[in-house]
Design a binder for this molecule. Structure first.
Ligand code: FAD
Length: 422
């Protein structure tokens, strides 16, 4: 057993990963190759944990963008409380400190039989195990008139970067008294509290700079996560500013009129000064092309290893997965990625299998000094992943406790992005 490797991996993996790690790749033997597609939270975490702990593996990370801007905390940017630069992370440490080969390109296909990942630039990379972590794609066809071109007028801002910047610019140039419309998608989707946190933080911005503005949330659902906490926050901080219309009223989001800046629902047409269309979602395109997606639009996985149930030898982590009770969050993605890294190490080097530990912790802002949190632990079995314990903030907590959650959230952001990107 390689004790150095075992100590280092368990140290890095923290409480989520406590099992022994015993590589079996013999000296001089060619290194086993892991190709990770997608340098978001999921892909970067798997690549880092494998490369940092296991010298017997050759780890390659494929990501088209030169740097990664986090969706988490991007609503604070929309409120003018953080810069986009403070949310942007480079791949330099992963390459230089951990020795990961980072290739900035798109993966176009994964051939599970030949075990090859094909890149847009024509390169073909052979793998022993592949990880696909492409995040989400949008079901544009579910909303008539909305497509990729329309996102330049009516942004989704559900992948952070240029879309988030565009939405912020539109909010800044919106007249006071205008209506900001957000469409909230049906389940399952990336970040269940996200649309409602966005409404809260944009209301925080409006309250200071455009106090006559209104926010209208047109929802495809009849209820949403932490609804009581949000509605309590809205009545305390922004009375009369935010209106939420559930599906039983809207009848669902049917179409957009891009030129007229309007959203059409079964219950009526709503004109907006600024419209944020968050479409229904599915697994990222590469997962679809690689045959990793079932009829639900998401990737079924083995809950104990995150290996695809459809394509052996390919693992899927993050928002693209269908993972039982687990919501689509960065924390969940990072937790899945560590379990996946352990499973790949076990398969390729013979290290002892580890029991999966899966968690979620989420901090959600209602205002600059008022945040709530949830902490969930999960139990994975061969069949599925179920919630085993859940802790939530409560309505009526005192203001100092909520300020403390804001401080904890800021500390979490720094520690978490360090864990992912080095
Ligand atoms: C507004 C908002 C707020 C949020 N707040 C929180 C929060 O507070 N806490 C929290 O835990 N989560 C939060 N989330 C959710 C979190 O951002 C996601 O769950 C997380 O990013 C999922 O990670 P991922 O790796 O699956 O996907 P991503 O982070 O989207 O990464 C996917 C990567 O794959 C790359 N890629 C895609 N296709 C290819 C290809 N063919 N070849 C190569 N690369 C490819 C993409 O460029 C991208 O970099 C929030 C999300 C939003 C939208």
């Amino acid at each position: 057993m390689n004790r150095w490797t075992r100590r280092k991996f368990t140290h890095l993996a923290g409480a989520a990963c406590l099992a022994p790690f015993c590589p079996r790749v013999a000296r001089g033997q060619a290194k086993a190759r892991v190709v990770v597609v997608g340098g978001g939270v999921g892909g970067a975490t798997v690549a880092k944990y494998l490369a940092a702990s296991e010298k017997g593996l050759d780890v390659t990370l494929i990501e088209p963008k030169p740097s990664y801007t986090t969706c988490f905390f991007s609503n604070l940017y929309l409120a003018g409380l953080r810069s986009l630069e403070s949310l942007t992370h480079s791949y330099e440490t992963l390459a230089q400190k951990y020795g990961i080969t980072v290739i900035h390109d798109m993966a176009e296909a994964v051939d599970p039989v030949a075990k090859i990942v094909a890149l847009k630039n024509g390169t073909k990379l052979a793998y022993d195990r592949a990880v696909v972590a492409p995040g989400i794609a949008f079901r544009y066809s579910d909303i008539e008139g909305y497509d990729e071109a329309a996102t330049q007028s009516l942004p989704h801002a559900w992948n952070a970067g240029p879309q988030t910047k565009l939405l912020r610019e539109q909010l800044e140039s919106m007249e006071d008294g205008g209506v900001f419309v957000i469409t909230a998608p049906p389940n399952p989707f990336r970040c269940p509290p996200g649309p409602y946190e966005r409404a809260s933080l944009i209301a925080y911005y409006f309250k200071q700079f455009k106090p006559r503005a209104k926010i209208l949330i047109l929802d495809a659902k009849d209820s949403f996560f932490e609804q009581d906490l949000f509605q309590d926050g809205w009545s305390r901080h922004y009375p009369g500013m935010i209106e939420w219309l559930p599906s039983q009223f809207t009848g669902g989001i049917k179409a957009v009129d891009v030129k007229g800046r309007a959203v059409k629902t079964a219950g009526g047409t709503f004109k907006a000064a600024v419209a944020n269309i968050i479409p229904p979602q599915m697994a990222g395109e590469l997962a679809q092309r690689a045959g990793l997606v079932d009829q639900s639009g998401w990737c079924p996985i083995d809950p104990l290893t995150f290996e695809s149930k459809l394509q052996p030898g390919i693992h899927v982590v993050g928002d693209a997965t269908s993972a039982g009770d687990m919501p689509k969050s960065a924390f969940v993605t990072n937790s899945q990625a560590k379990v996946c890294a352990f499973a790949i190490a076990t398969a390729l080097t013979g290290s002892e299998a580890a029991e999966p530990h899966l968690f979620n912790t989420c901090f959600t802002f209602l205002a600059a000094h008022d945040a709530v949190s949830d902490a969930i632990s999960f139990k994975a079995t061969a069949e599925t992943i179920k919630i085993s314990e859940i802790l939530l903030s409560a309505v009526g907590e005192d203001a100092e406790l909520r300020r403390q959650v804001v401080r904890t959230a800021n500390g979490w952001y720094d520690a978490f992005t360090h864990d992912v990107f080095g």
